[in-house]
Design a protein around this ligand. Structure first.
Ligand SMILES: [Zn+2]
Ligand SMILES: [Zn+2]
Length: 430
């Protein structure tokens, strides 16, 4: 099976490529990047990518696929289809399923289901602690053997600093990063939105910035002490950005991600979108939003991940206090990030680095690249084509998004995973 992607603007941040090229894919592998030519290619499917942008398949290192256990919210199959529609060819899925992915048999189940679905690459993240209880380390060795790519107690913060220290020490032996959901529960308890004037006006209990920053600071100190591999999840505050910037400048091993909602929305979204703006950590202020953009621009924040958190209607159509936290993001991450390119915050190359090359590096994957010989994970999109977000048309099972009806630019036309076309947009090339 040969595919020739002709005449697109090829952007490969890892190899400093940004030019009009043809890409030849053979047996699921990138066989060649070459100057555009009109030579006939017998037995080759030709994809006309003129006017389109061709990039390494996007790598989303923070996704909740909900299977096993919460199939009413999402399944591995619907999550993979949603990712493919968003131009994402690899997802790392969090451990807060039922049963929890804190042992090798759940890890193997997820990998087998993903293989049976056969769309994109699903890389399980194992729980740091048994039962996500934050008390004792889980079966990390066997889970690593089974194929997890990182450890994380996401959904629950690790409150016990001693446990976090041991996890970071072990991360060196395992060679896998610890992804940290930074939240001090003694500060965030009962909070449902950002703490400030707006939470007081709306009469909702707030979560202060400090709930995140105290833990970011602690984890940085522990990373310095242990030289473990620390990655900070979903950065939401200006203070966290500054702590990570300072840590990096002194050589402490830390990486960080933020999610599109933190640079696109502020706490004001709670007024308009109600529970579809209830997220943990919460949407913050204009100043935080500005700092996150600056953190993305100067490289303090390495990656953009969605924290795709699907919920069924019943979990969101209740009062703000009882509603589940989180929004879906797989099908809107690329166009929301392209707004930063339009605003001049990121170059196109920088945007793709944060959506593909850098997240791949954080997990030590051989992905996020168009190098000859690498797996043919390729996303083709039209950065100028506009569209209206229609949640009813999402591939995801869930509809909990505040972006319904938004006019965005950047339509995914074709997603190729392992040399196979796994998504083809309406009225698009291919
Ligand atoms: Zn989290
Ligand atoms: Zn999460």
């Amino acid at each position: 099976m040969r595919l020739l992607i002709k005449g697109g603007r090829v952007i490969d941040p890892g190899n400093a490529v940004d030019e009009i090229l043809d890409i030849l894919v053979e047996d699921g592998i990138i066989a060649e990047l070459k100057r555009v030519s009109d030579a006939e290619e017998k037995g080759t499917k030709v994809i006309d990518a003129k006017g389109k942008t061709v990039v390494p398949g996007l790598v989303d290192i923070h996704v909740h696929l909900r299977e096993p256990g919460y199939e009413e919210k999402e399944t591995i199959e619907t999550g993979c289809l949603a990712a493919a529609a968003g131009g994402i060819t690899t997802v790392a899925c969090m451990a807060n399923t039922l049963p929890i992915n804190d042992n090798a048999s759940v890890t193997r189940f997820i990998l087998e289901r993903a293989k049976a679905v056969g769309t994109i690459d699903v890389l399980p993240v194992g729980a740091v602690s048994k039962g996500l209880r934050g008390e004792e380390l889980g079966e990390c060795g066997p889970m690593k053997e089974a194929g997890v790519v990182a450890f994380c107690d996401d959904g629950n913060p690790i409150m016990d600093s001693g446990l976090m220290r041991r996890a970071l020490e072990c991360s060196r032996t395992w060679g896998l990063p610890i992804l940290s959901h930074c939240e001090d529960l003694s500060l965030s308890k009962g909070g449902v939105m950002n703490e400030g004037d707006l939470s007081r006006e709306l009469g909702l209990k707030g979560v202060p910035h400090a709930a995140e920053e105290v833990m970011v600071a602690r984890d940085i100190i522990l990373a310095d002490m242990t030289k473990g591999k620390l990655h900070i999840c979903h950065v939401s505050t200006a203070g966290s950005v500054e702590l990570i910037r300072r840590a990096k400048s002194t050589g402490i091993p830390v990486t960080a991600e933020t999610a599109p909602h933190y640079f696109t929305l502020t706490e004001e979204a709670v007024r308009e979108h109600g529970t579809n703006a209830k997220i943990n950590p919460p949407l913050r202020t204009v100043l935080d939003q500005k700092a996150i953009k600056e953190g993305l621009r100067d490289g303090t924040i390495d990656a953009i991940a969605t924290d795709h958190a699907p919920h069924e209607g019943a979990s969101k159509e209740v009062d703000f206090f009882r509603a589940s936290s989180g929004i879906i993001g797989l099908e809107t991450a690329l166009p929301l990030t392209l707004r930063l390119v339009d605003e001049g915050v990121l170059s196109m190359d920088g945007a793709i680095a944060r959506l593909s090359t850098n997240p791949s590096k954080i997990l030590g994957l051989n992905k996020g690249t168009l190098s000859k010989g690498s797996r043919a994970d390729i996303t083709i999109f039209d950065p100028k084509r506009g569209f209206v977000v229609e949640k009813a048309a999402f591939r995801s099972k869930a509809r909990n998004t505040p972006f319904d009806g938004w006019e965005l630019k950047g339509v995914v036309e074709l997603t190729i995973a392992g040399g196979r076309i796994v998504y083809q947009g309406k009225d698009s090339i291919g």
